[in-house]
Ligand binder design. Structure first.
Ligand code: NAP
Length: 425
């Protein structure tokens, strides 16, 4: 019996002469990797690319060609020059007991990671939350932003331009909302520097994360209305005042995507039995590490490891992993509650995520969303994304709690040695 499963190839393999010619053309640079014949299926195009690359580099690309996702969809919507799929192990944590507006009860959460010990540690945090009666979770849709930057001739034109935007905000909103069934303009926030004017558009985007939707809408406004009617040129559709995929104070203060809060009260028995720690030790570690250490290092986020749970959750559920760059700018707090208990909380003001669109349509990501009970309800647009956000808040809290406790019991290195180096399950 073969140890390896056969490559998932529903389409016939590219074995005929024409296929060989095609691979030959790629190898010798007579054809470019993104310009393969349109009549070939996505699977055939990927196969030709892998074969050509294997010949060019000597690298064996067998595993890249094993996948079960819909490659016609993936190659046309998610990934150009499609070659195959990377496999990231997925583990599960839970049940995680959460009480929010969109989730109330236990959930099992899939996380995609290659960091040994992350799942085990987060699972311990879930146990602590469960033993404490559950965590309170809240998610708010603060809207997705896009901020084109314009060039004016000087301060007088800037003033006229801003007055025009104010007078025409309702009309701009109507035009933007005509590009989608789900967009709602929330505000246009201007900022000026010399001859540069930034207009930060903020939209609600239903259940979608919304970056494509708001970019398409802003492009339409700029081309069809703002430039022709004001004569002020747009220099870049994204002026970095949005701000997308970069940690930034404006997002931290004003929020972007979903703003998420999760908290739990942990009494002494749970701290001792499940987390092997005490209130006093946790509060001190949180103060010296999360607060003072973050200040000393000039960090933008005041947390232990939010990026870990965020990345694992984002990859498993089809979010854009690059958004971890901004989502990880959050605050973890552990405050005393009486002499022996703590109230632990996480605040994440800047979490772009969605239940539809982007990578959420792919097969394993769909399964992950179903596992979480995240299902779009046409009667309640936005509710599925808020459920996803509330669950994410709970997972981040669980991961933060367990890691902070591991510092106090000096278990961090031991756990990584055991679980990250193949010495545990
Ligand atoms: P999208 O897949 O481009 O758009 C969402 C689509 O889902 C729209 O066509 C929307 O309908 C539809 N839809 C169906 N049901 C919906 C519901 N209940 N709520 C909201 N929409 C619903 O997704 P996106 O969220 O706008 O963009 C995500 C993608 O943007 C990701 O792949 C990400 O990597 C990428 N991204 C883009 C930029 C950029 O600058 N463009 C930046 C960062 C990331 P309508 O057609 O009626 O709107």
């Amino acid at each position: 019996m073969s140890e390896r499963p056969a490559a998932n190839t529903n389409a016939p393999a590219l074995v005929d002469d024409r296929a060989d010619d095609l691979v030959d053309d790629l190898v010798h640079g007579r054809r470019r990797f993104h310009a393969l014949p349109a009549h070939l299926s996505a699977r055939e195009r990927a196969e030709a690319r892998r074969e050509a690359l294997a010949r060019l580099t000597g690298a064996d690309l067998e595993h890249l060609g094993r996948y079960s996702l819909d490659d016609e969809v993936a190659s046309s919507r998610n990934c150009e020059c499609f070659l195959g799929a990377a496999q990231v192990p997925v583990g599960v944590v839970g049940p995680l007991l959460l009480h929010g507006d969109h989730v109330d009860g236990p959930v099992y959460v899939p996380l995609a990671t290659t960091e040994g010990a992350l799942i085990a540690s987060t699972n311990r945090g879930c146990s602590a939350i469960r033993a404490a009666g559950g965590a309170q979770v809240l998610a708010e849709d603060v809207g997705m932003t896009r901020a084109p930057v314009f060039r004016t001739s000087g301060v007088r034109q800037t003033r006229e331009f801003l007055a025009w935007v104010e007078d025409n905000t309702a009309r701009l909103g109507e035009a933007a909302e005509a590009t989608s069934s789900y967009l709602k303009l929330m505000e246009i926030r201007p900022h000026t520097f010399g001859t540069s004017v930034f207009l930060r558009f903020r939209f609600q985007t239903g259940d979608a994360m919304g970056m494509n939707m708001v970019t398409i809408a802003c492009d339409r406004l700029v081309r069809d209305i703002i430039e022709p009617e004001t004569g002020v040129p747009c220099v870049a559709l994204s002026g970095n005042y949005c701000v997308d995929k970069k940690p930034a104070e404006i997002n931290f203060h004003e929020g972007r995507g979903k703003r998420i809060h999760a908290e739990v009260v942990l009494e002494a028995p749970v701290l001792q039995r499940t987390l092997k720690t005490t209130a006093r030790a946790l509060v001190e570690a949180q103060y010296r590490k999360n607060l003072l250490g973050s200040i000393a290092s000039g960090s933008m986020g005041y947390n232990a490891q939010m990026a870990n749970a965020l990345a694992a959750f984002f990859i498993a559920t089809g979010q854009d992993p690059a958004h971890v760059a901004e989502a990880a700018v959050g605050v973890t707090l552990i405050e005393p509650r009486g002499p022996e208990a703590v109230v632990a909380s996480v605040d994440l003001p800047d979490v772009p995520l969605g239940a539809v669109g982007g990578g959420t349509q792919l097969a394993t990501q769909q399964e992950a969303l179903r596992l979480l009970g995240v299902q779009v309800d046409p009667e309640r647009p936005g509710a599925a994304a808020l459920r996803l956000a509330e669950i994410l808040g709970g997972v981040v809290l669980a991961a933060e709690l367990s890691l902070m406790a591991a510092f106090t019991s000096r278990d961090l290195a031991r756990a990584h040695e055991r679980l990250g180096r193949g010495r545990g399950d």
